[in-house]
Write a protein that binds this ligand. Structure first.
Ligand SMILES: [Zn+2]
Length: 283
């Protein structure tokens, strides 16, 4: 129950428990177009964010992409979330709305239905980004990504560029504050040339978008295009952080075996792109 002095007692549903130990600082009420009300609680937490390890021991580079949502240096290629069913439903409800008489009761009812579809899409998208960013912030102590001004976006047309750009910005902001909270370094690196450069030798080669494999004419190193980019992002992140200055870049010592495609569904259900192994039946 939310009690507002001089206003009302309102029954609420908590999406997350509020611990007893925290002090409530403020409440923000917001009415969504669906007609639902949301209350956001600002709380004060005593806990200092944990120390960031220096130098970091467990680093990851993530190439946020178009075909695959995120490609990391540990070989996970996380697929984009498939929301085509939700989009179809939205279009259907919008068509129905266009046939209703503007201002009628039925129009109002249908307008809410459309708003619910929008909210559903938005919530699922955010949920996916929350889970993915939480995974990286939790599992690593250095997370390197490209700064938002990204090359891939330029190659998209207007609408999908706006959508990808917005989702990208949201993902980076989530990653940043979650890294802060978990005591991990967050580094956004200069995106220029991360796809062209060879992660093994540094030589740059032009590569159109449809060439999905990196094959270095200089040293012969071959890898998935995005995975090569992820390694360059990680190397830049380490350099930028000033860590490992005396060490050789990790790419020379730790080339992972390859790339596994990860359905977005797994991230949604398990909260991690890593396959959880079934406990073995051995005694
Ligand atoms: Zn090379």
């Amino acid at each position: 129950m939310l009690s507002l002095s001089k206003l009302a007692d309102i029954p609420i549903r908590l999406h997350r428990e509020i611990p007893d130990s925290v002090a409530l600082k403020q409440v923000t009420l917001k009415k969504e177009p669906t007609g639902e009300w949301f209350a956001t609680f600002g709380i004060e937490v005593d806990r200092e964010p944990p120390q960031k390890p220096d130098p970091p021991k467990n680093a990851v580079g993530i190439d946020v992409g178009i075909l695959k949502y995120a490609h990391d240096t540990d070989g996970h290629a996380v697929e984009s979330l498939d929301l085509s069913d939700e989009r179809d439903r939205l279009e259907r409800e919008q068509r129905t709305l266009s046939r209703k008489e503007h201002g009628s009761n039925n129009y109002e009812k249908q307008r809410r239905r459309v708003a619910e579809c929008h909210a559903d899409l938005k919530n699922k998208r955010r949920d996916f980004l929350h889970k993915l960013s939480a995974y990286y912030a939790r599992e690593y102590d250095l997370v390197a990504v490209e700064d938002l001004d990204a090359k891939g976006l330029v190659e998209l047309d207007g609408n999908s560029r706006n959508r990808a750009g917005a989702a990208w910005g949201t993902f980076l902001r989530m990653l940043e504050y979650k890294c802060e909270r978990e005591g991990a370094h967050f580094v956004a690196v200069d995106p220029a040339g991360t796809t062209k450069a060879c992660a093994a030798c540094g030589v740059s080669t032009d590569k159109p978008l449809w060439v999905r494999e990196h094959s270095c004419p200089s040293c012969g190193f071959t890898a998935d295009r995005d995975w090569n980019a992820a390694w360059n992002i990680l190397s830049r992140g380490i350099t930028q952080l000033g860590a490992g200055r005396s060490e050789s870049p990790p790419v020379e010592t730790a080339l992972p075996p390859g790339t596994t495609s990860v359905p977005a569904k797994r991230v949604m259900e398990a909260g991690s792109p890593t396959l959880k192994r079934e406990p073995s039946g051995e005694p």
